[in-house]
Design a protein around this ligand. Structure first.
Ligand code: FEO
Ligand code: CA
Ligand code: CA
Ligand code: CA
Length: 629
């Protein structure tokens, strides 16, 4: 019988970490809250003391085991693993560890492979809110009792229902964070949920299909990777590896090839769900790769794919706000040699939440980044009729520029990056940070060589780049540098040596500013490389904090075997950190065999012969203090 995994405590221990040098608890609490609210500059002399040492936890060693490790004065609880019913009244089927839940049951349970997540407070609460999770992809070896093959119509439907987004209600009580079930907000969005396409490409001929002659209605979202909250209280989700779901047949078009579509899909849905046969339905792939906006506060709302932000293998999108009140949406494509974008809204953000800003992301200008060797850069407009973006060059109108944003960026000579993953914005300074996770093909014959922003051939370790736009977030030029190059300085290969000040890591992926302005960095070293070769001394994937005023990096948490650490969000008071453990026990090859996978991990259930499960983890300080300080 399945255990109740609505929550489970993971870690305990004796205290070993000082918050910082302030001994009086009342003063410390004041300082923590002030730091979180960005008021440190007005507090003196406590402010100066805090600035000298903003990281307040004791560094953890590298992780080598199948569990979460974090400083002894912190505690982590597991919340909402794959298969847990989300809490729709009257429809809460229990998770079955033998993977025998049906497709219909999966449609009301947590999806697989949690990635981006955001905590939405209810009435500003730090103890009660909604958790919105992306379910990026699936491991068919774990999702089905009989593994990947043979694929059947029922298995395709279960696979589609394990993708998408989940909304759950959560509450903190004296046992930790719990799911509230049933909940009026509980919702699953899957690969079959009706959505609207909006913005300049909506209705375009390239978006029309046999099932949707209007080009404005699409079923579902796929490859939902990172996510964020907008200033008006909605959820933005990136559609990343959607190309894996489509099959082109033997003669792919140049357009399909440019977007990485293959003759046979990775997912093998096309024999059972024809719209994934891109030979018969060549425009269906054009309806994926967008930023999806969801209003989690309204369970009946229709998710909207925002075409004005451009199409890509989008990791996610993050919104800054200019002094004049415009939204600036930064995004990137996690694919080798692809691009970094920003969208500047035409209109200003209005008070009044989601309803008042319903069309905000439909009107504005999209730009792509060029990083120049002298430490400056330019945002190049993706505007039809400007420069090479003309009908003569294959761009009939603005809709085509947006659907073919990669080809447009190629034409503009934008900088081909080392797989841009997450972005985060330091609102105080205006610097925007982006992880470039790795690029093993940099410098290979026939591939782009190094440039100033992507300076290492066979870049196994990745780097973090940052820029500051001139004047404001809508500036058309910027200055840039690297926060750091990741990697172990002991590595023999020069390109695998990092310059990190502090604890070492490779393959940065998630990145988020948190309480007191600490920059949190999550890693995603692939399981085929983890703890081997150049990664031997780096250990399991991990979460670290960086004080960007000193450059110091300190390891905070390490994850179970072969997991990735991702999804990072805080309660408004900074006393709870939510993160995701994705694909614990991931097979170094493609798909898992449950018996084989148990050798790597059976987190978080720790029952033999069961399936490891992605899950959210809530981290709190035992004294209730602010995380990290
Ligand atoms: Fe889904 Fe690029 O990580
Ligand atoms: Ca990622
Ligand atoms: Ca990654
Ligand atoms: Ca991942």
């Amino acid at each position: 019988m399945a255990k109740d995994f609505s929550t489970m405590e993971l870690s305990n221990g004796s205290s070993n970490t000082s918050i910082h040098q302030v001994s009086d608890p009342a003063k410390r609490q004041t300082l923590q809250l002030a730091a979180w609210l960005g008021l440190l500059g007005s507090l003196s002399p406590l402010a100066a003391q805090a600035k000298a040492s903003r990281i307040g936890f004791k560094a953890m060693p590298i992780g080598m085991g199948d569990f979460i490790e974090l400083p002894a004065d912190y505690v982590a609880t597991v919340l909402a693993p794959w298969g847990e019913p989300v809490g729709i009244a009257g429809n809460m089927p229990a998770y079955k560890p033998d993977a025998s839940n049906t497709a219909q049951e999966q449609a009301v349970q947590m999806g697989m492979h949690h990635d981006g997540l955001v905590f939405f407070p209810l009435q500003g609460s730090a103890t009660h809110g909604l958790l919105v999770n992306n379910h990026e992809y699936i491991d068919e070896g774990l999702l089905f009792p009989d593994g990947f093959e043979p694929m059947t119509a029922e298995k395709v439907l279960k696979a589609q229902n394990a993708h998408g987004i989940s909304v759950i209600e959560v509450k903190l009580d004296n046992k930790g964070w719990q799911m509230v079930r049933p909940s009026k907000w509980a919702r699953r969005i899957t690969a079959n949920t009706p959505m609207t396409l909006s913005g300049p490409a909506a209705g375009h001929a390239l978006l029309r299909t046999a099932a949707d002659a209007t080009g404005t209605r699409v079923l579902g979202t796929l490859g939902n990777c990172a996510s964020s909250m907008t200033p008006w209280g909605t959820y933005l989700s990136g559609e990343e590896n959607w190309a894996n779901y489509f099959a082109t047949g033997d003669k792919p078009s140049a357009h399909h090839k440019r977007w990485g579509l293959r003759p046979k899909s990775y997912s093998q849905w096309e024999p059972h769900d024809q719209r994934f046969n891109a030979e018969q339905h060549p425009n269906e792939p054009n309806r994926f790769g967008w930023i999806v906006e969801v209003d989690p506060m309204d369970p009946s709302s229709t998710p909207i794919k925002r075409t004005a932000i451009g199409r890509g293998a989008h990791e996610g999108a993050w919104v800054g706000q200019t002094k004049s009140g415009r939204a600036v949406v930064y995004s990137g494509e996690d694919a080798r040699f692809e691009y970094i974008y920003k969208f500047v809204s035409r209109d200003k953000i209005q008070a009044g939440g989601a309803a008042a800003n319903r069309d905000l992301l439909d009107h504005g200008t999209l730009y792509v980044a060029r990083f120049d060797a002298d430490g400056t850069g330019a945002w190049l407009p993706l505007v039809h009729g400007q420069g090479p973006l003309t009908a003569a060059n294959g761009f009939a109108d603005q809709g085509e520029v947006l659907v073919k944003a990669r080809q447009a960026s190629d034409a503009l000579g934008a900088t081909k990056m080392d797989r841009p993953e997450w972005l985060t914005i330091d609102t105080a300074s205006g610097w925007v940070y982006c992880t470039l996770t790795n690029n093993s093909q940099r410098g290979e014959p026939g591939k782009p060589g190094v440039d100033a922003a992507n300076p290492r051939v066979n870049n196994s370790m990745g780097q973090i780049i940052r820029w500051q736009d001139a004047g404001d977030f809508d500036g058309l030029h910027f200055k840039w540098n690297h926060l750091l190059l990741a990697g172990d300085p002991a590595n023999a290969r020069p390109e695998a040596k990092g310059n990190i000040q502090g604890d070492i890591f490779g393959c940065p992926d998630g990145i988020t500013f948190g309480p007191g302005g600490l920059l949190w960095i999550e890693t995603d070293v692939h399981s085929s490389q983890m703890r081997q070769g150049e990664f031997e001394r780096i250990g399991n994937n991990q979460l670290l904090a960086c004080d960007v005023t000193t450059g110091e990096v300190r390891r905070f948490l390490t994850g179970p075997t072969n997991c990735e650490i991702t999804g990072l969000s805080f309660t408004p008071d900074g006393t709870t950190m939510f993160l995701n453990i994705q694909h614990p026990g991931e097979s170094p090859s493609d798909r898992s065999d449950p018996k084989e996978t148990a050798k790597y991990s059976n987190w978080p259930d720790y029952v033999d012969e069961t399936r490891p499960r992605s899950a959210t983890v809530a981290v709190r300080k035992k004294n209730g203090g602010v995380i990290g300080l």
